[in-house]
Design a protein around this ligand. Structure first.
Ligand code: HGY
Ligand code: MN
Ligand code: MN
Length: 400
């Protein structure tokens, strides 16, 4: 029997990133593949039957696979320089919850599976929740297979290297039909539970959120030989985009807009860039507000491009509307816990993708600082164990 903290400790050295700090465990790269093998071995130790679906999502079955299963799980991939808990806490907690239930001789009354979703962060191929989006058909196979990482490898290359058949990637009706209800445990990404003084909470909703790539094209030239009056420098409208993200989001209640990634080409210190790619992450409580924030930012970026004599193209790389979790399941989860606060999240999850197909709930574990997507992300061992206890209670109630 293992605790969540013991299981996290077992993988603490996998995918550490000495340059960025924290972890870089990108989908289907060596560290994440190592974690997949680790999870498969841990599931086998617990007598779970493991299979990998056509999209690279792992299913570990307690008992025979079957319809109307209760499924729980999360992801093992990380953002670049991410924390130790975002994703893995949900995965290790599902293993530890199985330990707790097996230790008391519990036997599921219906099929129960633990899942590890592929490429949840979109840290390698740019589309978040890619494994659950493919499973549900939210992302078409051909679009996914053509996605490229920074080194030019495609998602097709990655799944093939992981031993999967790219020609089978795509909506998986049969697998999806097995899921009766889905519950994901996740470290909270925010301070809601700190403010509520509770170790565990239940999710109410997820912000609408999307990612857009802006490509600014100007005139590459020499940094020293080009007079300031003769430039078409794409870095200027790119900079305007960054600044407008801040004021546009600050002017729309509850919204967030972030630029965390800018890639100039060619990227020389003494070179005026020819193009600059900028990725915008924008989120808000509903579709209308999200679109309004992105429209304001886009208008400012296009005006700045015109002023600098540059071109700009905008590509929507992913979008998901706001998610409101199934209230009946949420109430069942809260009643299984006796009492637990319900709170929203600004972070996206595979549970948000599945929520459009099956009743879905999320459990959050307190994060003392609220920091996430950074090495400082943390959850106290006692709160992690409270999360395992809560998940075990929910599983027992829902599959008993
Ligand atoms: O970006 C998100 O909100 C999630 O962590 N993938
Ligand atoms: Mn994340
Ligand atoms: Mn996550």
């Amino acid at each position: 029997m293992s605790t969540a903290t013991e299981l996290l400790t077992a993988i603490k050295d996998v995918g550490t990133d000495s340059a960025r700090g924290g972890y870089s465990r990108h989908g289907f790269e060596a560290p994440e593949l190592e974690l997949r093998e680790w999870f498969t071995a841990e599931a086998g130790k617990r007598g779970l039957d493991v299979e990998v679906d056509r999209n690279g999502n792992i299913w570990a079955w307690w008992g025979a696979p079957g319809p109307d299963a209760l499924v729980t799980g999360s992801h093992l991939d990380s953002v670049p320089g991410g924390g130790a808990f975002d994703g893995p806490l949900g995965v290790v907690s599902s293993l530890a919850a199985v330990d707790a239930l097996q230790a008391k001789g519990f036997k599921p009354g219906r099929p129960l599976a633990l899942m590890v979703f592929a490429e949840e962060e979109g840290g390698r191929f740019g589309v978040p929740c890619l494994g659950s989006r493919l499973l549900t058909g939210a992302t078409p196979a051909e679009a996914a297979l053509a996605l490229k990482d920074r080194s030019g490898d495609t998602f097709a290359d990655a799944v093939k290297a992981a031993g999967l058949d790219p020609s089978r990637v795509g909506k998986d009706e049969e697998a999806l039909s097995r899921i009766g209800r889905f519950v994901e445990l996740h470290v909270e990404q925010g301070r809601g539970l700190v403010d509520l003084d509770a170790p565990v909470g239940v999710a109410t909703s997820i912000l609408a959120h999307g990612r857009w790539r802006f490509r600014f094209t100007g005139e590459g030239n020499h940094a020293g030989a080009t007079p300031m009056t003769s430039r078409h420098d794409p870095m200027l409208p790119a900079s305007q985009l960054v600044l407008s993200a801040r004021w546009a989001a600050s002017s729309v209640d509850g919204s967030r807009a972030t630029v965390g990634r800018i890639e100039p080409t060619p990227g020389g210190t003494n070179v005026i860039a020819s193009t600059v790619d900028v990725w915008l992450d924008a989120r808000a409580p509903n579709d209308g507000r999200t679109r309004s924030v992105v429209e304001r930012i886009t208008a400012a970026a296009k005006q700045a491009a015109r002023d600098e004599g540059c071109e700009v193209t905008v590509t929507e790389e992913s979008y998901g509307d706001a998610v409101h979790f199934d209230s009946e399941l949420r109430d069942e989860v809260v009643s299984a816990l006796g009492k637990a606060p319900a709170l929203p999240t600004g972070a996206g999850h595979d549970a948000g993708i599945l929520a459009g197909h099956v009743p879905t709930a999320m459990l959050f574990v307190r994060n003392p600082t609220g920091v996430s997507h950074a090495p400082a992300e943390h959850a106290e061992p006692a709160d992690c164990e409270a999360g395992v206890e809560a998940l075990a209670k929910v599983l027992e109630k829902l599959v008993g």
